[in-house]
Ligand binder design. Sequence first.
Ligand SMILES: [Zn+2]
Length: 79
Amino acid sequence: MLRVSHTSCCGRFEWASEGGHFFVLRSTDDGGYEETGRGLYRQAIDVYVTLAEHHRAEHLRRRERPGPDTFLRERAWRG
Ligand SMILES: [Zn+2]
């Protein structure tokens, strides 16, 4: 069973888990999703954070305010 628990700014990436595996769904130009970074929790987190922070940096470079990212926010709360 696929579970999506977090969605990034702009809905660009989603954090998902399925049967003990974790991965990131990345939205594609045709409106679908492709899977990336499947692996253990730690590995998939690294992929998600790298992608999400890159996306956030693009907003900042365009002088836009990045949207909410529930995943990064929770990580910030936990330290
Ligand atoms: Zn965004």
